[in-house]
Design a binder for this molecule. Structure first.
Ligand SMILES: Cc1cc2nc3c(=O)[nH]c(=O)nc-3n(C[C@H](O)[C@H](O)[C@H](O)COP(=O)(O)O)c2cc1C
Length: 170
């Protein structure tokens, strides 16, 4: 049985809320939602698909609790795992929109995991994001809960369709 775990870092609760929305819509149990502030990186070993979510802070960094967790993940062999990234940002920070997601990708792209879940972000108005590849496609699901709350549920549903069939997410 394929297992999905959701791992998030969240300072004011926004990304946590979105993590729970994703879980509900994907049929992931609450016990499989993990706040990286209180979780050992080795916990990812119990899952086939890792849904990793961060907000962006400072001058475009991932949420602070991710820093130690990323160090731990980088030391693991993630071959055979799938990673789907999501993140919450603010499009008015137009030069660093959702850069935290880009940072997660950069730090984990050489771990052997397969990345899934690229999703367009052209509904938002920003100039630059390290989460957007040179092909113009974001590496995951970028969300703006500050300015476009209303877009989030539909974007999550669209993303989940591209990420996996229901049996993979459950
Ligand atoms: C001081 C500060 C810096 C921020 N920097 C960025 C940024 O560079 N890029 C971005 O997209 N969002 C930025 N944000 C917006 C947050 O990422 C956004 O509010 C997010 O929803 C917070 O999620 P959290 O409560 O889960 O941490 C910033 C917010 C604050 C208050």
């Amino acid at each position: 049985m394929e297992k999905t775990g959701i791992f998030f870092g969240s300072t004011t609760g926004t990304t946590e809320h979105v993590a729970k929305m994703i879980a509900e819509r994907a049929g992931v149990r609450p016990a499989d939602i993990h706040d990286v502030a209180y979780t050992e990186p080795s916990t990812v070993g119990g899952y086939d698909t890792l849904v990793l979510g961060t907000s962006t802070w400072g001058s475009g960094e991932p949420q602070a609790d991710w820093l130690d967790f990323l160090d731990g993940l980088e030391a693991l062999d993630l071959r055979g795992k799938r990673i789907a990234l999501f993140g919450c940002g603010d499009e008015t920070m137009a030069e660093t929109f959702c850069n935290g997601v880009g940072e997660l990708y950069k730090r984990l792209k050489d771990t052997g995991a397969e990345f899934i879940g690229s999703y367009p972000a052209d509904v938002y108005h920003f100039t630059r994001s390290s989460a957007v590849g040179s092909d113009g496609v974001p590496v995951g699901l970028l969300l703006d809960q500050v300015n476009h709350l209303d877009l989030t549920p539909g974007r999550i549903d669209g993303w989940l369709l591209t990420v996996a069939a229901p049996h993979v997410m459950a």
